[in-house]
Design a protein around this ligand. Sequence first.
Ligand code: ADP
Ligand code: MG
Length: 245
Amino acid sequence: MSAKADRREEENGGTILSATGIKRVFGRGNAVVTALTDIHLVIPAGSMVALKGRSGSGKTTLLNILGTLDEPTEGLVFLRGREITGLSGAQRSALRRKEIGLVFQSFGLIPLMSAYENVEFGLRIAGTPANSNREAAERALERVGMRERMKHRPTELSGGEQQRVAIARAIAHEPALLIADEPTAELDSKMGLQIMRVFRDLVNRSGMTVVLTTHDPGIMELADYVIALEDGKIVSQTTHESPVV
Ligand SMILES: Nc1ncnc2c1ncn2[C@@H]1O[C@H](COP(=O)(O)OP(=O)(O)O)[C@@H](O)[C@H]1O
Ligand SMILES: [Mg+2]
């Protein structure tokens, strides 16, 4: 991360992301679902945070709000000290293009493109100046250990390799925050662990902050902090003072 970004984090007391009083209600009338209530959280810069909880507990809803894909019904979210709730759709997508990377369970690669082309195309549609795209795409593939296989198409790669390419695509613009929803759900536990090591490495070596969801207890062990959700509420949270060891 740049020295400028580091300074900004220092100004915020080491916090990259925080949320207060988050509530998210879907639907209306008889069909109302309260997916999240009374969510307060603080995420330290340069950490790896895992959200856990059973299916339907609100993990995806919370990640979508933290990643600016969705807006809460109530409450505020701050990214690097700047309130991101209440931004327009265009402002939110501009913010994602600069500061946020997104990884999903289904890798979402374009089948007819090579690994390299997938990553480069991601930069192009984000409007990154073309002269730096080749270098940025190759650097991102290198960081996930996929540079040697960058000419391969997704069908020629294993699930774990495809997810690594998807991570490269998500980090090629060097976001400060990487959000990953069930990134290992479609992988066996060995490949899942490899993916987690990639995230761990991004945190340790680049100071990136990773927030992810998972069901897998083995994977949670690699996180610095674990936040447990139940029925849309945070029921336990390891903190700065009591990190996961
Ligand atoms: N777009 C939506 N419309 C209505 N209900 C939704 C929507 N998205 C999520 N929900 C509901 O919100 C709750 C939390 O869902 P979700 O965040 O997807 O949980 P998780 O990711 O932990 O499985 C569930 O009851 C789900 O049915
Ligand atoms: Mg989910």
